[in-house]
Design a protein around this ligand. Structure first.
Ligand SMILES: Cc1cc2nc3c(=O)[nH]c(=O)nc-3n(C[C@H](O)[C@H](O)[C@H](O)COP(=O)(O)OP(=O)(O)OC[C@H]3O[C@@H](n4cnc5c(N)ncnc54)[C@H](O)[C@@H]3O)c2cc1C
Ligand code: SF4
Length: 431
C-alpha cells in the first residue's frame, strides 16, 4: 500500500460535525423527562441539557455540562461504544428511526472548548492537601482533574514515557487520531493543580507505603498491565504476538508503512482488542484477516457495531472454534489449528495476534487489597480500598460496569469525591 493510502485508511473514523450538521442533529432530540440516556451513561452527563444548548448555539454551556460530568468528554465522545450506552437507550432508537447522535454532538462541544484553549473551570482556593495518583490513564486523569478543581494538588506517577494510558497506547488509531490524547491532557493540565511524573513505576521506583506516608491520600489506577497466554505449544514462534503490543506499535508509529504486518493474519479473541487488532491489520495491508472466537457472537465482548465494523473492513469472523495448536516451521508461524464440534481445521497464517484478555500485575500491591483470585483490587462503591488512605479505580479495580474508558473516568470521579469528603471528615474529627 502507498503512504497516502495507509494514511487514508487511518483517517478519523467519525469526522467532526459542522455547525449546521450539529444544529440538525440536536434538533432530533426529544429532550425526554427522566431521559434514559443519562442513566445509560456511566458518567451521567446531562445529555438533553447539553444538546439543547448546542441547538441554541451555546457551545460553552454545552461544554460545561459535558466536561463537568466527564473531564475526558472529548476522548469518550470518540471511543465510547455509544450503541450499548447512551445512544443504545435513546427513545428514537427503534425500527424506522435512529438514535440521536449523542457521541458526535458531545465531540462537537468538547472539541470547541479544547480548541478555544482557555480553561472552562476555575479551581477552588488551594487546600494544601497532596494526593498521589498511580497511573495517568483515564481513571488517574479524571481523579486528578476533580481533585485539582477542589483545590488539592494531584501528583500523578506513571511508569511509561507518555501519560494517557490506553488513550495513548491502546485505543484504535482511527478512533483517536494524531496527538489528541496528549492535547486533552494539556488541556486538563492548563487548569493547574496537576503534576505528572512519567517513567516512575510502583514496585520499582517507589512503594505504596512511601506514598501513604508522604501524601494525604493515594489513588491506584494502574490498569491491567499483563496479558493472558494461550498456554499452547508454539506460542514463542516468530510472528505470534500479543494484540496489545501490535496495537501499541501502530499507535506509536511515526511511519505506518514501517509497522510489520502479516499477509495472512489470525486474531484470537472476541473483544474490543481483537476487533481493533484485526481492523488495523487490514488497514495496514494484510490480505486476509480472520478473527476467531471460542464462543458465539452473542458472547463476544465486542459490540454488534464493532463486529459489523470489523466485517465491513474485510475481517472474517469465525465463531465456536478453540485454538489447539500453533503450527510452525523453522521457528516461524505457519498457521493455527482449531477445534469445533470435535472436528479440527487449520487456518494458515504468517501472523497470529493474541487478544484473549488483560490481567492485573499486582507488583507493589499488598495481597490483602486484592480479590480472592487476585484479579482486581477490591473497592467499595466510593472506590475506597480496605487500606486506610488508599482508593483504587479503573480497570485494575472492582466496579459494577464494563472495562471502558468512560467507566474508568467515573471511577476516578467517584474516588476524587470520596477523597475530598474524607478530608472534611478528618477536619471535623481534628476540630
Ligand atoms: C486495545 C484496547 C482497545 C480499547 N478500546 C476501547 C474503546 O474503543 N472504547 C472504550 O471505551 N474502551 C476501550 N478499551 C478499554 C479502555 O481503554 C480501558 O478501560 C481504560 O483505558 C482503563 O483506564 P485506566 O485508567 O484504568 O487504565 P489504563 O488506561 O490502562 O492506564 C493505566 C496507566 O497506569 C500506568 N501504570 C501501569 N503500571 C504502573 C505502575 N506499576 N506504576 C505506575 N504506573 C503504572 C500505565 O502506564 C498507564 O498509563 C480498550 C482497551 C484496549 C486494551
Ligand atoms: S460519555 Fe460516552 S456514554 Fe456518556 S454520553 Fe458521552 S458518549 Fe455517551
Amino acid at each position: 500500500m502507498t503512504h497516502k493510502t495507509i494514511a487514508c485508511e487511518f483517517a478519523d473514523v467519525a469526522p467532526l460535525l459542522d455547525a449546521s450538521a450539529a444544529a440538525a442533529a440536536a434538533s432530533r432530540c426529544h429532550y425526554c423527562y427522566d431521559a434514559p440516556c443519562i442513566q445509560a451513561c456511566p458518567t451521567q452527563i446531562d445529555i438533553p441539557g447539553f444538546i439543547r444548548k448546542i441547538g441554541n448555539g451555546n457551545l460553552k454551556g454545552a461544554a460545561v455540562d459535558i466536561l463537568s460530568a466527564n473531564p475526558l468528554g472529548g476522548a469518550c465522545a470518540r471511543v465510547c461504544p455509544t450503541e450499548i450506552l447512551c445512544e443504545g437507550s435513546c427513545v428514537r432508537n427503534h425500527e424506522g428511526d435512529e438514535a440521536v447522535s449523542i457521541g458526535k454532538l458531545q465531540r462537537h462541544a468538547a472539541d470547541w472548548a479544547m480548541a478555544r484553549g482557555e480553561p472552562l473551570f476555575r479551581r477552588a482556593p488551594e487546600t494544601g492537601r497532596r494526593i498521589a495518583i498511580i497511573g495517568a490513564g483515564p481513571a488517574g486523569l479524571a481523579c486528578a482533574s476533580k481533585l485539582a478543581l477542589a483545590g488539592h494538588q494531584a501528583i500523578i506517577f506513571d511508569a511509561r514515557a507518555k501519560p494517557g494510558g490506553l488513550n495513548e497506547y491502546g485505543i484504535a488509531a482511527y478512533k483517536v487520531v494524531e496527538d489528541f490524547a496528549q492535547r486533552e491532557i494539556e488541556w486538563l493540565y492548563s487548569m493547574g493543580g496537576i503534576e505528572i511524573k512519567t517513567g516512575l513505576a510502583l514496585g520499582r521506583d517507589f512503594t505504596l507505603d512511601e506514598l501513604r506516608k508522604q501524601y494525604d491520600a493515594v489513588f491506584i489506577a494502574f490498569g491491567l498491565g499483563g496479558v493472558r497466554e494461550l498456554a499452547l505449544d508454539g506460542e514463542s514462534l516468530q510472528g505470534v504476538m500479543n494484540a496489545v503490543d501490535f496495537i501499541e506499535q501502530v499507535r506509536q508509529a511515526d511511519d505506518l508503512e514501517r509497522v510489520p504486518v502479516g499477509r495472512r493474519v489470525v486474531v484470537i479473541g472476541g473483544g474490543n482488542t481483537a476487533v481493533d487488532a484485526a481492523v488495523q491489520s487490514r488497514k495496514l495491508g494484510a490480505t486476509s484477516v480472520t478473527m476467531v472466537y471460542r464462543r458465539g457472537v452473542k458472547n463476544m465482548g465486542a459490540t454488534w457495531a464493532e463486529q459489523e465494523f470489523a466485517q465491513t473492513n474485510g475481517v472474517t469472523i469465525v465463531t465456536h472454534a478453540k485454538p489447539v495448536r500453533l503450527i510452525g516451521e523453522k521457528g516461524l508461524i505457519q498457521g493455527v489449528e482449531f477445534e469445533r464440534d470435535n472436528e479440527r481445521f487449520v487456518i494458515e497464517a504468517d501472523m497470529v495476534l493474541k487478544a484473549i484478555g488483560q490481567t492485573l500485575v499486582p507488583i507493589g500491591v499488598d495481597k490483602e487489597l486484592l480479590t480472592l483470585d487476585g484479579s482486581r483490587i477490591v473497592t467499595d462503591e466510593n472506590r475506597q480500598t480496605t487500606l486506610a488512605k488508599v482508593w483504587a479505580g479503573g480497570d485494575c479495580a472492582t466496579h459494577e460496569g464494563l472495562d471502558l474508558t468512560v467507566q474508568a473516568v467515573q471511577d476516578g470521579k467517584l474516588a476524587a469525591a470520596s477523597i475530598d469528603a474524607s478530608f472534611e471528615l478528618t477536619a471535623i474529627k481534628a476540630a
